[in-house]
Design a protein around this ligand. Structure first.
Ligand SMILES: [Zn+2]
Ligand SMILES: [Zn+2]
Length: 338
């Protein structure tokens, strides 16, 4: 088969690789229906994270089970399944506490930008849908695999409650779906920080009530203005830079909570400053597996349409253009179909 490999900055190749096979009794092999490029794929793509060797890419996926190992019980060939970027056994103490992305048997998924994928710990990692979904639902189901699951966790971690005032820092796919998640959880006011007209429009469709285009001190001041000087109850940090983290912390009221899901790149917090802000901080790699059943249900019942974040769909062999379009901000998120 041909699959996606990153060789170095801006060097994505679609090249011949070995087709994956069952290697452990707990594995499943799935034929990918759709996969996509992640905002986090852009860090190594842009050279902001070293690529020491040719690296197979992709960790967001859904598809049809082709084959399962001898120990797999809950997933069967022919089923449509969705999994997260972190494998999980769904039985260890961390999984039982809802933190599947810290599973004691976790592996980070790679190689999903390919037509065929091996998924370890298939029973604990994959969630089958009831019956095979219609084609128009595939983008939204794919979104549950990471971007929606991560935006959802940002809102849960930020303790978004009905009636809450929420700020979302970051207008990438995760931030936009953080808006959708906060709306779904009953937030009354959702302020999104964005400077891009197309993203602002989608944010409004997902439930944003206010847009702030300023950043830094001015951005904080603007959010304070909008909240009568108080600050927001919950902030979703969906970027991972120092500026974004400080933005989230500084616009949150004392006693409020920040859910941070942007993978931190160079973020350093000053303990003393943090002490006097009186905020809660909770974040990390989203335990998407915890939310998958609920999110799949919301999609299948057409309560939410997170697939709207995919504004570019390409055949998988054009994956390099998919990265380019996101790097140049011509696309919010690229969906790839084998
Ligand atoms: Zn991702
Ligand atoms: Zn576990």
């Amino acid at each position: 088969m041909k699959a996606t490999v990153l060789y170095g900055p801006r060097d994505v190749r679609f090249e011949e690789r070995e087709t994956p096979k069952i290697t452990k009794p707990t594995d499943a092999i799935i034929r990918i229906s759709a996969t996509c490029v992640c905002g986090s794929d852009l860090w190594p793509y842009r050279g902001l994270q070293p690529v020491n060797e040719p690296t197979p890419m992709g960790h967001e996926y859904c598809g049809i089970v082709e084959e399962v190992g001898s120990a797999v019980r809950s997933v069967k060939p022919g089923q449509f399944v969705i999994g997260s970027f972190a494998t999980s056994d769904n039985t260890c103490p961390h999984c039982k506490a809802g933190y599947h992305s810290s599973c004691v048997n976790r592996e980070w998924m790679l190689r999903a930008q390919a037509p065929v994928l091996r998924v370890p710990l298939a029973d604990g990692t994959l969630v089958p849908t009831p019956g095979n979904p219609s084609d128009d639902l595939i983008p939204s189901l794919l979104a549950t695999s990471d971007v929606l699951g991560t935006g959802w966790f940002a809102a849960i971690a930020a303790n978004v409650k009905p009636g809450a005032t929420v700020a979302v820092v970051g207008d990438g796919a995760v931030g936009l779906l953080g808006v959708l998640s906060a709306r779904q959880m009953g937030a009354e006011r959702i302020i999104v920080m964005s400077r891009h007209a197309t993203r602002q429009k989608l944010a409004r469709e997902f439930g944003a009530t206010d847009i702030v285009t300023e950043r830094g001190d001015e951005g904080v001041a603007r959010i304070k203005d909008l909240t009568k000087g108080i600050g927001v109850d919950s902030a979703l940090e969906c970027v991972g830079t120092q500026e974004a983290m400080m933005q989230a912390i500084r616009c949150t009221r004392p006693g409020g909570t920040i859910g941070y899901v942007g993978v931190p790149h160079g973020v350093e917090l000053d303990g003393e400053k943090l002490f006097y802000t009186h905020v809660h901080l909770h974040g990390g790699p989203a335990p998407v597996r915890r939310f998958l059943p609920e999110l799949i249900d919301l999609v299948l019942n057409k309560k939410i349409n997170p697939g709207k974040v995919f504004d570019l769909t390409l055949p998988l062999e054009q994956v390099a253009e998919g990265y380019r379009a996101m790097d140049e901000r011509r696309a919010i998120k690229t969906l790839l179909r084998p």
